[in-house]
Design a protein around this ligand. Structure first.
Ligand SMILES: Nc1ncnc2c1ncn2[C@@H]1O[C@H](COP(=O)(O)OP(=O)(O)OP(=O)(O)O)[C@@H](O)[C@H]1O
Length: 316
């Protein structure tokens, strides 16, 4: 039987993390399932806690479960590291929850826990991740990484006090829309070069470049409709040249994945991606702000994580 280690972000989803954990704890106790729980106390803490959990599990089949949003999943993934022996589980309790959406994990937290417990005797399935190297530091991502306007929107949304207010009104996803509209007026497009498996693509005035492992980002937008987390490749979306008014039109169409038919939207697939700009631009990984840089190097890492929910890849 697997041993479960839960890494709970009580602040995720404006307190939903704590509430979800209370229900999960009750269910685990009722079913007499052995587990240990750790609570994050600050940003980045889930990286340390998941390493601690994986260390404690030495020799046993462990499942380290992130309870929170995409940021918590991102931190646990990075704590476990590429090719970790521990399984990686997720109970959604955030505002965006693109990870559960893209990986077939139930949106209802108790259903996600039920699925995790129900398949505990099975081997976890493997899934691809991306690895972003920025200024010499590697960041694994499971959903997407991006450079430019979308990274700025992630940063501002995470910093915004309005995120809490929108969450309280169960409108958490709309914070990205609000920030996008607000930042659009002052954002300047930049020249951007993307090199994909040795092929160079230059854009004179790019809004952003996003590299996706699965279709969803920003709380349900289908940015990369053809991305598959088990195909060994990453999908690249570059949006350039659009006027601000047309960007809004394209933005609305992303919710249906229809933006790909606009000539200013370019889609590529590849394994090794280099994004270069003349002046530093904002970078995110899984919606977590990483910093500013002129160059970001990204690689597909096939089978990097072992998904304890058993979806979507091959058995390990
Ligand atoms: N105890 C804590 N206090 C404050 N921030 C925390 C704490 N623990 C973790 N964090 C930070 O909270 C941030 C948000 O977490 P997370 O992304 O999981 O939730 P969310 O933003 O509500 O969901 P989503 O990313 O799905 O929209 C992360 O950047 C994480 O580092």
């Amino acid at each position: 039987m697997n041993t479960f280690y839960f890494i709970v972000n009580p602040k995720a989803g404006n307190g939903k993390g704590r509430a979800v954990w209370k229900r999960a704890e009750q269910k685990l106790n009722t079913l007499h399932i052995p587990y240990r729980a750790f609570f994050t106390e600050y940003p980045g803490h889930a990286i340390e806690l998941s390493r601690t959990a994986a260390g404690l599990a030495d020799g046993e089949q462990a499942v380290v479960v992130a309870v929170g949003g995409d940021g918590t999943a991102h931190e646990v993934l990075n704590g476990l590291g590429a090719f970790a022996t521990s399984g990686f589980g997720f109970i959604p309790a955030g505002s965006g929850n693109d990870f559960s959406r893209g990986f077939g994990i139930p949106a209802d937290p108790m259903d996600a826990l039920g699925l995790l417990l129900g398949i505990q005797e099975r081997n976890p399935s493997s899934t691809d991740c991306g690895s972003l190297n920025l200024n010499g530091k590697n960041h694994l991502f499971i959903n997407s990484a991006g450079a430019g306007f979308d990274a700025l929107v992630s940063k501002k949304a995470n910093e915004s006090r309005l995120k809490g207010l929108f969450n309280r009104l169960s409108l958490g996803k709309l914070v990205y829309v609000y920030i996008l509209l607000k930042e659009l007026a002052s954002y300047n497009r930049t020249p951007l070069q993307v090199t994909i498996d040795g092929n160079v693509h230059s854009f004179k005035d790019a809004w952003f470049a996003t590299v996706s492992n699965q279709p969803y980002y920003g709380g349900g937008m289908i940015i990369s409709p053809c991305a598959r987390p088990d195909d060994g490749e990453l999908d690249i979306t570059v949006v350039h040249r659009l006027s601000k008014a047309k960007l809004l039109l394209v933005f609305m169409s992303v919710f249906w994945g229809k933006h790909t038919s606009f000539e200013e939207v370019h889609m590529f697939k590849g394994k090794e991606i280099k994004i270069q700009t003349t002046s530093p631009i904002h970078i995110h990984a899984d919606g977590e702000y990483i910093g500013m840089a002129n160059t970001g190097e990204i690689m597909a890492v096939p089978g990097a994580a072992k998904l304890a929910h058993g979806t979507p890849g091959k058995e390990t």
